[in-house]
Design a protein around this ligand. Sequence first.
Ligand code: DOR
Ligand code: ZN
Length: 342
Amino acid sequence: MDRLTIRRPDDWHLHLRDGAMLSLVAPLSADMGRALVMPNLVPPVVTGAQAAAYRDRIVAAGFARPLMTVYLTEGTDPADLIAAHAAGIVTAVKLYPAGATTNSGSGVQRFDAIRPVLEAMEEHGIPLCVHGEVTDPDIDVFDREAAFIDRRLMPMRDAHPDLKITMEHITTVDAAAFVRETGIGATITVQHLMANRNDMLAGGMRPHFYCLPILKRRRHQEALRTLATSGATNVFLGTDSAPHPTHVKEAACCAAGCLTAPIALAAYAQVFDEEGALDCFEGFASLNGPAHYGLPPNEDRVTLHRGDPIAALPALERGETVVTPFDPGRPIRWHVEGNGGC
Ligand code: DOR
Ligand code: ZN
């Protein structure tokens, strides 16, 4: 198969930022119908009113159909959440353990404190998206996801069996097994499917591969590729495309995040092609996510074809803001038609 037409995909995990960066990156997700937009701005999006205002800024910047999240804190007001969800302003709530990643300082430290909010979400059918890493400094950074499953996720599922959970950007054999066994939702990024920690660290340290959860060993990458292309209906596309200015990535202390939006759809298609699973691509990219969130799939279609390798993208600039798109370091041969580059 060297040509494929599928329902238009959605991106179930996207960072768009604000201001100049927002206007620079919003158009880069044009292949996607909808995107679930993360709330880790500075300061974070913590109320329904803030989510509505951010939604308007995103639409003005050129991405037409954002779906909004709010950032869960120990002070989240369940009534505000319930009202914003019922009004269609908020699609899901994002849980960051405090200190786990970029702009997570307002996240959750005392998990007991969020019990009432999780109970309200469970009762009202409000989905929870989880950044699944512990922040305990005694836990090695490569083990933080596996520890989170044992210490946090399993107890959370037991305490809130009807809460709809998405484990975001899974990176390990352990998470893949947990997702298979439990059937909870999960997203997988392009970089975790296309790369492992050797790509980031062997022969020199490449900051544009640095994200959180961090890239793991090859055997973890292989488990993710197997799961993504298995036809499992609880696993879906979420890029976690996360722009940082180039000077912040290429620094002594590099920020976590890969700007994958411009190549994401083509790169996912390449992975499915390499795994001989293009027949499962529409499920992963366009059907499983909407089904998880109780939304209809997109009606329009997108066509991709295999051809010559796409050229590495240059840095993108707007005024003082410069960003470097993610380059997996090997050719991507899939092209999204109608996307300039095909
Ligand atoms: O690599 C990451 N970047 N992981 C996250 O969880 C957050 C994101 C960001 O906002 O930059
Ligand atoms: Zn993210």
